[in-house]
Design a protein around this ligand. Sequence first.
Ligand SMILES: C[S@@+](CC[C@H](N)C(=O)[O-])C[C@H]1O[C@@H](n2cnc3c(N)ncnc32)[C@H](O)[C@@H]1O
Length: 276
Amino acid sequence: MTEKLRVDLSGAPQTMLATLYAKALDADLPNSVLHDTWARDVVARIDYDWSQTSMTPRNSPSVSLRSAHFDSWTRQFLAVHPRATVLHLGCGLDSRYFRIDPGPDVEWFDVDYPDVAALRTRLYPERAHHHVVATSVTDPGYLGDVPADRPTLVLGEGLTMYLEADDGLGLLRRVVGRFPSGELQFDAFNRLGIRSQWMNAVVRRSGSRLHWGIDGPHDILDAVPGTRLLAWVPVFESDAFSALPGAYRVVAATMNRIPGLRTMAQFHRYAFGRPA
Ligand SMILES: C[S@@+](CC[C@H](N)C(=O)[O-])C[C@H]1O[C@@H](n2cnc3c(N)ncnc32)[C@H](O)[C@@H]1O
């Protein structure tokens, strides 16, 4: 039997162990949302006390639904732009590249801190058009090495809240300045979500801090010239909830009635550059 890989992370990088484990748990559910067998296999190869993640089969849909949502938006983008670049920022150990299995005209860059990128390289197989970049996403340097010759999807799932607002907005402005056209897709917490981060067990246990609260599309449209809104979806209103067991639908319906809670977590989608 091959020896398991010991993993010892703290702060924001540790949080990706929780999202990975949630997807692995989801894969074993009879009504799996994401069917992420890659996550299950990767979890099996890591030596870690997974009970520390606070993820259970019961709360795993909070993660798998979000990932399924961004898989769907990614597929939509690639259906329109089969020749494209994808920048998957704060990728953690997510298997999106393998779930989507894009064609040979897609250059895909998975970007995360060096500790996480090193784990990715050990745990996932190499593919010709798949690249792993070890850097902070807010470092201005790496974008210059990404080809700017095709429509570009910049996707950050579970990322924006870990960035300082100025750094996040600076990143989005650099993306819009460098690539000729494309989309920005990410999720966000509103300012109330940032203020109540003490309730978030994954964040608390990792010792990380959340910073950037986004209350709605105007926080982006006003600050990042050249962006056009394609979609803004408060998470509890997303279609995904309608497919879940009754208890989840009741929670979503309750959250939707309370201002502030309704937009606590949101999915954002913008176009930039030349219209397709
Ligand atoms: C909650 S996890 C989400 C991981 C993955 N996107 C998923 O959904 O499974 C947050 C990820 O963002 C990464 N991250 C946070 N801030 C970052 C930064 N400034 N540069 C690179 N990665 C960052 C963390 O290392 C971690 O992998």
